[in-house]
Design a protein around this ligand. Sequence first.
Ligand code: ATP
Ligand code: MG
Length: 434
Amino acid sequence: MKIQLPKDVDYIIKELQKNGYEAYAVGGCVRDVILAREPEDWDITTSASPIQVKGIFKRTIDTGIIHGTVTVMLDKNGYEVTTYRIDGEYEDNRHPREVTYTPYLSEDLMRRDFTINAMAYNENSGLVDIFDGLKDLEEKRIRCVGSAEMRFDEDALRILRAVRFSAQLGFEIERGTLNAAKIKAENLKNISAERIRTELNKLLASPNPDRLLIAWELGITAIILPEFNTLMTKPHKKQKESYGVFSLQSIRYLREQVLPFVKGKEKEASILSWALLLQGLKPEEGREVLRRLKFDNETIDYVYRLLTWCDYEFLLTPWEMRKAVNAIGKDLMDMLFSVKEACILTEKGSISGGKGEDLEKARELYHEILRKKECVELKELMINGKDLIELGFKPGKAMGQVLGELLVSVLKEPELNTKEKLSLMAQEIHLREA
Ligand code: ATP
Ligand code: MG
Protein backbone atom coordinates (compact mmCIF):
# COMPACT_ATOMS: atom_id res chain seq x y z
CA MET A 1 0.00 0.00 0.00
CA LYS A 2 1.23 3.47 -0.89
CA ILE A 3 0.04 6.54 0.96
CA GLN A 4 0.81 10.05 -0.18
CA LEU A 5 2.10 11.78 2.95
CA PRO A 6 1.90 15.57 3.18
CA LYS A 7 5.24 17.27 2.48
CA ASP A 8 5.77 18.32 6.12
CA VAL A 9 5.01 14.89 7.53
CA ASP A 10 7.33 13.28 5.01
CA TYR A 11 10.04 15.76 5.99
CA ILE A 12 9.70 15.09 9.73
CA ILE A 13 9.80 11.32 9.24
CA LYS A 14 12.86 11.53 7.00
CA GLU A 15 14.72 13.88 9.37
CA LEU A 16 14.12 11.45 12.23
CA GLN A 17 15.28 8.54 10.07
CA LYS A 18 18.40 10.43 8.96
CA ASN A 19 19.29 10.75 12.63
CA GLY A 20 19.01 7.01 13.10
CA TYR A 21 15.49 6.74 14.54
CA GLU A 22 12.33 5.07 13.37
CA ALA A 23 9.31 7.22 12.57
CA TYR A 24 5.80 6.66 11.20
CA ALA A 25 2.55 8.45 10.59
CA VAL A 26 0.14 6.75 12.97
CA GLY A 27 -3.43 6.45 14.20
CA GLY A 28 -6.36 8.51 12.99
CA CYS A 29 -4.54 10.06 10.03
CA VAL A 30 -3.61 6.67 8.54
CA ARG A 31 -7.18 5.46 9.05
CA ASP A 32 -8.60 8.59 7.42
CA VAL A 33 -6.39 8.63 4.31
CA ILE A 34 -7.21 4.99 3.63
CA LEU A 35 -10.88 5.92 3.89
CA ALA A 36 -10.27 8.95 1.66
CA ARG A 37 -11.37 11.26 4.48
CA GLU A 38 -9.49 14.43 5.27
CA PRO A 39 -7.42 13.75 8.43
CA GLU A 40 -7.92 16.32 11.18
CA ASP A 41 -4.25 16.22 12.09
CA TRP A 42 -1.19 14.13 11.35
CA ASP A 43 0.43 12.36 14.28
CA ILE A 44 3.90 10.89 14.14
CA THR A 45 5.25 8.14 16.34
CA THR A 46 8.97 7.63 16.75
CA SER A 47 11.65 5.67 18.58
CA ALA A 48 13.40 8.96 19.41
CA SER A 49 12.91 10.32 22.94
CA PRO A 50 11.36 13.77 23.38
CA ILE A 51 14.78 15.26 24.07
CA GLN A 52 16.18 13.69 20.92
CA VAL A 53 13.24 15.02 18.91
CA LYS A 54 13.86 18.48 20.33
CA GLY A 55 17.50 18.21 19.29
CA ILE A 56 16.62 17.57 15.67
CA PHE A 57 14.05 20.27 14.94
CA LYS A 58 14.53 24.02 15.28
CA ARG A 59 11.15 24.94 16.65
CA THR A 60 9.32 22.63 19.05
CA ILE A 61 6.73 23.03 21.79
CA ASP A 62 6.53 20.80 24.86
CA THR A 63 2.84 20.05 24.46
CA GLY A 64 2.64 16.86 26.43
CA ILE A 65 6.17 16.13 27.33
CA ILE A 66 5.26 13.92 30.29
CA HIS A 67 3.37 11.70 27.85
CA GLY A 68 6.23 11.80 25.37
CA THR A 69 4.69 14.31 22.98
CA VAL A 70 6.55 17.19 21.39
CA THR A 71 4.95 19.44 18.79
CA VAL A 72 7.24 20.15 15.87
CA MET A 73 6.47 23.49 14.24
CA LEU A 74 7.03 23.86 10.50
CA ASP A 75 5.97 27.26 9.32
CA LYS A 76 2.65 27.86 11.06
CA ASN A 77 1.71 24.18 11.29
CA GLY A 78 2.30 21.97 14.31
CA TYR A 79 2.80 18.20 14.20
CA GLU A 80 2.63 16.05 17.30
CA VAL A 81 5.59 13.71 17.50
CA THR A 82 5.22 11.11 20.23
CA THR A 83 7.79 8.65 21.46
CA TYR A 84 6.84 4.96 21.27
CA ARG A 85 5.26 4.28 24.61
CA ILE A 86 3.46 1.75 26.72
CA ASP A 87 0.71 3.10 28.94
CA GLY A 88 1.31 1.91 32.48
CA GLU A 89 -1.29 0.69 34.88
CA TYR A 90 -4.48 2.75 34.80
CA GLU A 91 -6.01 4.62 37.68
CA ASP A 92 -9.83 4.95 38.03
CA ASN A 93 -10.34 3.81 34.41
CA ARG A 94 -8.89 7.15 33.59
CA HIS A 95 -5.23 8.10 33.39
CA PRO A 96 -2.31 5.83 32.96
CA ARG A 97 -0.45 6.10 36.26
CA GLU A 98 2.75 6.34 34.29
CA VAL A 99 3.97 6.02 30.74
CA THR A 100 7.05 4.08 29.79
CA TYR A 101 8.93 4.48 26.54
CA THR A 102 9.62 1.41 24.46
CA PRO A 103 11.91 0.77 21.51
CA TYR A 104 9.18 -1.24 19.74
CA LEU A 105 6.58 0.16 17.39
CA SER A 106 4.46 -2.93 18.00
CA GLU A 107 4.13 -2.07 21.68
CA ASP A 108 3.09 1.47 20.86
CA LEU A 109 0.41 0.17 18.49
CA MET A 110 -0.81 -2.28 21.11
CA ARG A 111 -1.79 0.52 23.54
CA ARG A 112 -4.15 2.10 20.99
CA ASP A 113 -7.89 1.72 21.27
CA PHE A 114 -9.22 0.21 18.03
CA THR A 115 -7.62 -1.81 15.26
CA ILE A 116 -8.51 0.87 12.71
CA ASN A 117 -6.64 3.39 14.87
CA ALA A 118 -3.60 1.18 15.37
CA MET A 119 -1.94 1.29 11.97
CA ALA A 120 1.32 3.05 11.15
CA TYR A 121 2.84 4.03 7.84
CA ASN A 122 6.09 5.19 6.33
CA GLU A 123 7.60 4.91 2.89
CA ASN A 124 10.19 2.21 3.67
CA SER A 125 7.97 -0.16 5.65
CA GLY A 126 4.64 0.59 4.00
CA LEU A 127 1.58 -0.08 6.15
CA VAL A 128 2.31 -1.64 9.53
CA ASP A 129 -0.92 -3.35 10.49
CA ILE A 130 -0.40 -6.03 13.12
CA PHE A 131 -4.03 -6.15 14.32
CA ASP A 132 -5.79 -6.42 10.94
CA GLY A 133 -7.02 -2.85 11.02
CA LEU A 134 -7.18 -2.71 7.24
CA LYS A 135 -9.54 -5.67 7.13
CA ASP A 136 -11.74 -4.03 9.76
CA LEU A 137 -11.73 -0.81 7.72
CA GLU A 138 -12.80 -2.73 4.65
CA GLU A 139 -15.49 -4.57 6.56
CA LYS A 140 -16.55 -1.39 8.36
CA ARG A 141 -15.97 -2.62 11.88
CA ILE A 142 -14.91 -1.07 15.18
CA ARG A 143 -12.93 -3.62 17.17
CA CYS A 144 -10.73 -3.19 20.21
CA VAL A 145 -7.06 -4.03 20.08
CA GLY A 146 -6.79 -7.06 22.37
CA SER A 147 -9.30 -7.86 25.09
CA ALA A 148 -12.11 -5.31 24.92
CA GLU A 149 -13.02 -5.72 28.58
CA MET A 150 -9.47 -5.06 29.67
CA ARG A 151 -9.15 -2.09 27.35
CA PHE A 152 -12.38 -0.59 28.72
CA ASP A 153 -11.13 -1.13 32.26
CA GLU A 154 -7.96 0.77 31.44
CA ASP A 155 -9.78 3.74 29.95
CA ALA A 156 -13.56 3.84 29.93
CA LEU A 157 -13.71 6.73 27.48
CA ARG A 158 -12.96 4.15 24.79
CA ILE A 159 -16.51 2.83 25.26
CA LEU A 160 -17.92 6.14 24.12
CA ARG A 161 -15.25 6.53 21.45
CA ALA A 162 -16.41 3.23 19.94
CA VAL A 163 -19.92 4.64 19.50
CA ARG A 164 -18.58 7.96 18.25
CA PHE A 165 -16.41 6.33 15.56
CA SER A 166 -19.30 4.12 14.58
CA ALA A 167 -21.40 7.27 14.04
CA GLN A 168 -18.66 9.17 12.21
CA LEU A 169 -17.68 6.34 9.91
CA GLY A 170 -21.00 4.49 9.64
CA PHE A 171 -19.30 1.33 11.00
CA GLU A 172 -20.71 -1.45 13.14
CA ILE A 173 -19.18 -2.27 16.50
CA GLU A 174 -17.86 -5.84 16.53
CA ARG A 175 -19.77 -8.20 18.83
CA GLY A 176 -17.11 -8.80 21.45
CA THR A 177 -16.39 -5.09 21.69
CA LEU A 178 -20.11 -4.37 21.92
CA ASN A 179 -20.64 -6.89 24.72
CA ALA A 180 -17.70 -5.54 26.65
CA ALA A 181 -19.02 -2.00 26.23
CA LYS A 182 -22.31 -3.05 27.78
CA ILE A 183 -20.62 -4.79 30.70
CA LYS A 184 -18.25 -1.91 31.36
CA ALA A 185 -20.53 1.06 30.60
CA GLU A 186 -20.65 1.98 34.26
CA ASN A 187 -16.93 2.75 34.27
CA LEU A 188 -17.82 5.91 32.39
CA LYS A 189 -18.85 7.47 35.69
CA ASN A 190 -15.14 8.03 36.35
CA ILE A 191 -14.50 9.96 33.16
CA SER A 192 -14.23 13.74 33.21
CA ALA A 193 -17.05 15.89 31.84
CA GLU A 194 -14.72 17.52 29.33
CA ARG A 195 -13.69 14.28 27.68
CA ILE A 196 -17.31 13.13 27.51
CA ARG A 197 -18.46 16.42 26.08
CA THR A 198 -15.87 16.24 23.29
CA GLU A 199 -17.01 12.77 22.27
CA LEU A 200 -20.72 13.62 22.43
CA ASN A 201 -20.16 16.71 20.31
CA LYS A 202 -18.34 14.67 17.68
CA LEU A 203 -21.12 12.10 17.74
CA LEU A 204 -23.86 14.71 17.30
CA ALA A 205 -21.93 16.43 14.49
CA SER A 206 -21.46 13.12 12.65
CA PRO A 207 -23.53 11.89 9.70
CA ASN A 208 -25.27 9.46 12.08
CA PRO A 209 -26.29 11.32 15.25
CA ASP A 210 -29.03 8.72 15.77
CA ARG A 211 -26.32 6.27 16.79
CA LEU A 212 -26.68 7.84 20.20
CA LEU A 213 -29.36 5.15 20.41
CA ILE A 214 -26.57 2.56 20.53
CA ALA A 215 -25.15 4.38 23.52
CA TRP A 216 -28.61 4.25 25.05
CA GLU A 217 -29.01 0.51 24.39
CA LEU A 218 -25.59 -0.20 25.86
CA GLY A 219 -26.44 1.64 29.08
CA ILE A 220 -23.96 4.43 28.35
CA THR A 221 -26.39 7.34 28.37
CA ALA A 222 -27.81 6.11 31.68
CA ILE A 223 -24.41 7.00 33.14
CA ILE A 224 -23.35 10.08 31.22
CA LEU A 225 -26.67 11.58 30.05
CA PRO A 226 -29.53 10.13 32.13
CA GLU A 227 -31.83 12.91 30.88
CA PHE A 228 -31.72 11.25 27.48
CA ASN A 229 -33.11 8.06 29.00
CA THR A 230 -35.97 10.10 30.41
CA LEU A 231 -36.59 11.55 26.95
CA MET A 232 -36.66 8.03 25.50
CA THR A 233 -39.67 7.27 27.70
CA LYS A 234 -41.43 10.59 27.19
CA PRO A 235 -43.96 10.54 24.33
CA HIS A 236 -43.60 13.44 21.90
CA LYS A 237 -46.53 15.82 22.10
CA LYS A 238 -47.36 15.55 18.40
CA GLN A 239 -45.66 12.39 17.18
CA LYS A 240 -46.00 8.74 17.98
CA GLU A 241 -42.34 8.29 18.85
CA SER A 242 -40.61 9.47 22.00
CA TYR A 243 -38.84 12.78 22.39
CA GLY A 244 -35.52 10.96 22.32
CA VAL A 245 -36.12 9.38 18.92
CA PHE A 246 -37.72 12.53 17.50
CA SER A 247 -34.81 14.70 18.65
CA LEU A 248 -32.17 12.52 17.07
CA GLN A 249 -34.07 12.54 13.77
CA SER A 250 -34.32 16.30 13.93
CA ILE A 251 -30.54 16.57 14.37
CA ARG A 252 -30.08 14.51 11.23
CA TYR A 253 -32.42 16.87 9.33
CA LEU A 254 -30.53 19.82 10.73
CA ARG A 255 -27.33 18.48 9.31
CA GLU A 256 -28.71 17.30 6.00
CA GLN A 257 -31.09 20.09 5.07
CA VAL A 258 -30.99 23.10 7.34
CA LEU A 259 -27.39 23.86 8.17
CA PRO A 260 -24.76 21.78 6.44
CA PHE A 261 -22.09 21.29 9.11
CA VAL A 262 -19.26 23.14 7.45
CA LYS A 263 -15.89 24.14 8.85
CA GLY A 264 -16.12 27.32 10.88
CA LYS A 265 -19.74 26.62 11.84
CA GLU A 266 -18.96 23.94 14.45
CA LYS A 267 -20.07 26.02 17.39
CA GLU A 268 -23.41 26.98 15.90
CA ALA A 269 -23.96 23.38 14.85
CA SER A 270 -23.23 22.23 18.39
CA ILE A 271 -25.61 24.79 19.93
CA LEU A 272 -28.42 23.82 17.56
CA SER A 273 -27.83 20.09 18.03
CA TRP A 274 -27.97 20.34 21.80
CA ALA A 275 -31.11 22.48 21.67
CA LEU A 276 -32.74 19.84 19.46
CA LEU A 277 -31.50 16.97 21.59
CA LEU A 278 -32.83 18.49 24.81
CA GLN A 279 -36.06 19.99 23.42
CA GLY A 280 -38.26 17.73 25.53
CA LEU A 281 -36.77 19.13 28.75
CA LYS A 282 -37.61 22.31 30.60
CA PRO A 283 -35.13 25.07 29.76
CA GLU A 284 -33.71 24.94 33.29
CA GLU A 285 -33.20 21.19 33.06
CA GLY A 286 -31.44 21.55 29.73
CA ARG A 287 -29.19 24.20 31.18
CA GLU A 288 -28.25 21.89 34.03
CA VAL A 289 -27.17 19.17 31.59
CA LEU A 290 -24.85 21.56 29.77
CA ARG A 291 -23.46 22.94 33.01
CA ARG A 292 -22.68 19.45 34.19
CA LEU A 293 -20.89 18.73 30.91
CA LYS A 294 -18.90 21.94 31.44
CA PHE A 295 -19.98 23.69 28.26
CA ASP A 296 -18.93 27.31 27.75
CA ASN A 297 -21.36 29.99 28.95
CA GLU A 298 -22.26 31.18 25.47
CA THR A 299 -23.44 27.72 24.45
CA ILE A 300 -25.33 27.21 27.70
CA ASP A 301 -27.08 30.54 27.34
CA TYR A 302 -28.07 30.07 23.70
CA VAL A 303 -29.38 26.56 24.29
CA TYR A 304 -31.35 27.76 27.31
CA ARG A 305 -32.95 30.50 25.24
CA LEU A 306 -33.67 28.17 22.33
CA LEU A 307 -35.38 25.75 24.71
CA THR A 308 -37.40 28.67 26.05
CA TRP A 309 -38.63 29.73 22.62
CA CYS A 310 -38.63 26.60 20.47
CA ASP A 311 -42.39 26.02 20.84
CA TYR A 312 -43.35 29.65 20.36
CA GLU A 313 -45.71 30.17 17.45
CA PHE A 314 -45.13 33.41 15.61
CA LEU A 315 -48.10 35.66 14.93
CA LEU A 316 -47.74 36.74 11.36
CA THR A 317 -48.10 40.51 11.33
CA PRO A 318 -45.26 43.03 11.24
CA TRP A 319 -46.17 44.43 14.62
CA GLU A 320 -46.40 41.02 16.34
CA MET A 321 -43.12 40.07 14.72
CA ARG A 322 -41.37 43.17 16.03
CA LYS A 323 -42.66 42.41 19.53
CA ALA A 324 -41.50 38.80 19.23
CA VAL A 325 -38.03 39.78 18.00
CA ASN A 326 -37.79 42.23 20.86
CA ALA A 327 -38.61 39.51 23.39
CA ILE A 328 -36.50 36.78 21.77
CA GLY A 329 -33.46 38.87 20.84
CA LYS A 330 -32.06 39.43 17.37
CA ASP A 331 -28.99 37.34 18.09
CA LEU A 332 -31.18 34.25 18.53
CA MET A 333 -33.51 34.60 15.57
CA ASP A 334 -31.60 32.73 12.87
CA MET A 335 -30.81 29.86 15.22
CA LEU A 336 -34.43 29.70 16.36
CA PHE A 337 -35.62 29.50 12.75
CA SER A 338 -33.15 26.67 12.13
CA VAL A 339 -34.36 24.72 15.16
CA LYS A 340 -37.96 25.14 14.13
CA GLU A 341 -37.23 24.16 10.56
CA ALA A 342 -35.50 20.96 11.67
CA CYS A 343 -38.48 20.09 13.86
CA ILE A 344 -41.02 20.74 11.10
CA LEU A 345 -38.99 18.61 8.70
CA THR A 346 -38.98 15.82 11.25
CA GLU A 347 -42.72 16.09 11.79
CA LYS A 348 -43.84 16.55 8.19
CA GLY A 349 -40.92 15.43 6.06
CA SER A 350 -41.08 18.70 4.15
CA ILE A 351 -41.17 22.42 4.66
CA SER A 352 -43.89 23.20 2.12
CA GLY A 353 -47.44 23.95 3.24
CA GLY A 354 -48.93 24.40 6.72
CA LYS A 355 -46.39 24.98 9.44
CA GLY A 356 -43.49 25.16 7.03
CA GLU A 357 -45.21 27.93 5.12
CA ASP A 358 -45.90 29.84 8.32
CA LEU A 359 -42.26 29.55 9.26
CA GLU A 360 -41.24 30.95 5.89
CA LYS A 361 -43.65 33.85 6.39
CA ALA A 362 -42.17 34.54 9.82
CA ARG A 363 -38.71 34.50 8.30
CA GLU A 364 -39.78 36.96 5.62
CA LEU A 365 -41.32 39.28 8.20
CA TYR A 366 -38.11 39.15 10.19
CA HIS A 367 -35.96 39.90 7.18
CA GLU A 368 -38.27 42.78 6.31
CA ILE A 369 -37.54 44.23 9.77
CA LEU A 370 -33.81 43.91 9.12
CA ARG A 371 -34.09 45.38 5.63
CA LYS A 372 -36.01 48.39 6.85
CA LYS A 373 -33.66 48.68 9.85
CA GLU A 374 -36.68 48.94 12.13
CA CYS A 375 -36.02 49.35 15.79
CA VAL A 376 -36.70 46.25 17.88
CA GLU A 377 -34.21 46.67 20.72
CA LEU A 378 -33.50 49.43 23.23
CA LYS A 379 -30.09 50.09 21.78
CA GLU A 380 -31.66 50.83 18.41
CA LEU A 381 -33.88 53.57 19.82
CA MET A 382 -32.88 57.00 18.45
CA ILE A 383 -32.87 58.40 21.96
CA ASN A 384 -30.87 57.25 24.97
CA GLY A 385 -30.36 57.93 28.68
CA LYS A 386 -28.03 60.83 28.04
CA ASP A 387 -30.62 62.53 25.85
CA LEU A 388 -33.25 62.10 28.56
CA ILE A 389 -31.00 63.74 31.15
CA GLU A 390 -30.62 66.71 28.83
CA LEU A 391 -34.41 66.86 28.69
CA GLY A 392 -34.50 67.16 32.47
CA PHE A 393 -34.96 63.54 33.60
CA LYS A 394 -33.14 62.39 36.72
CA PRO A 395 -30.83 59.40 36.17
CA GLY A 396 -32.20 56.20 37.66
CA LYS A 397 -34.70 53.42 37.31
CA ALA A 398 -37.58 55.65 36.24
CA MET A 399 -35.60 56.69 33.22
CA GLY A 400 -35.29 53.08 32.14
CA GLN A 401 -39.06 52.81 32.34
CA VAL A 402 -39.46 55.84 30.10
CA LEU A 403 -37.13 54.31 27.50
CA GLY A 404 -39.14 51.10 27.76
CA GLU A 405 -42.36 52.99 27.17
CA LEU A 406 -40.87 54.73 24.12
CA LEU A 407 -39.73 51.38 22.75
CA VAL A 408 -43.24 49.97 23.06
CA SER A 409 -44.55 52.86 20.99
CA VAL A 410 -41.83 52.41 18.40
CA LEU A 411 -42.53 48.67 18.14
CA LYS A 412 -46.10 49.59 17.31
CA GLU A 413 -45.19 52.45 14.95
CA PRO A 414 -41.63 52.25 13.61
CA GLU A 415 -41.96 55.74 12.05
CA LEU A 416 -41.79 57.20 15.57
CA ASN A 417 -38.12 56.26 15.84
CA THR A 418 -36.62 59.69 15.22
CA LYS A 419 -34.88 61.83 17.75
CA GLU A 420 -37.35 64.72 17.39
CA LYS A 421 -40.47 62.60 17.78
CA LEU A 422 -39.09 60.64 20.71
CA SER A 423 -37.93 63.83 22.45
CA LEU A 424 -41.41 65.26 22.18
CA MET A 425 -42.93 62.06 23.54
CA ALA A 426 -40.43 62.01 26.38
CA GLN A 427 -41.28 65.61 27.28
CA GLU A 428 -44.95 64.70 27.41
CA ILE A 429 -44.19 61.84 29.77
CA HIS A 430 -42.06 64.22 31.86
CA LEU A 431 -44.93 66.67 32.18
CA ARG A 432 -47.41 63.90 32.94
CA GLU A 433 -45.24 62.57 35.74
CA ALA A 434 -44.35 65.94 37.24
P1 ATP B 1 -10.11 12.21 15.44
O1 ATP B 1 -10.59 12.18 14.05
O2 ATP B 1 -11.20 12.48 16.40
O3 ATP B 1 -8.91 13.08 15.68
P2 ATP B 1 -8.30 10.10 16.12
O4 ATP B 1 -8.35 8.62 15.88
O5 ATP B 1 -7.20 10.85 15.49
O6 ATP B 1 -9.69 10.68 15.71
P3 ATP B 1 -7.39 11.17 18.59
O7 ATP B 1 -8.15 11.37 19.83
O8 ATP B 1 -6.88 12.35 17.84
O9 ATP B 1 -8.30 10.27 17.66
O10 ATP B 1 -6.17 10.20 18.96
C1 ATP B 1 -5.14 9.85 18.06
C2 ATP B 1 -4.81 8.38 18.19
O11 ATP B 1 -4.40 8.10 19.54
C3 ATP B 1 -5.97 7.44 17.93
O12 ATP B 1 -6.11 7.15 16.57
C4 ATP B 1 -5.59 6.21 18.75
O13 ATP B 1 -4.62 5.45 18.09
C5 ATP B 1 -4.93 6.84 19.97
N1 ATP B 1 -5.88 7.11 21.07
C6 ATP B 1 -6.56 8.23 21.31
N2 ATP B 1 -7.32 8.13 22.40
C7 ATP B 1 -7.11 6.90 22.89
C8 ATP B 1 -7.59 6.20 24.02
N3 ATP B 1 -8.46 6.75 24.86
N4 ATP B 1 -7.13 4.94 24.20
C9 ATP B 1 -6.25 4.38 23.35
N5 ATP B 1 -5.77 5.00 22.27
C10 ATP B 1 -6.18 6.24 22.03
MG1 MG C 1 -6.78 12.97 15.75
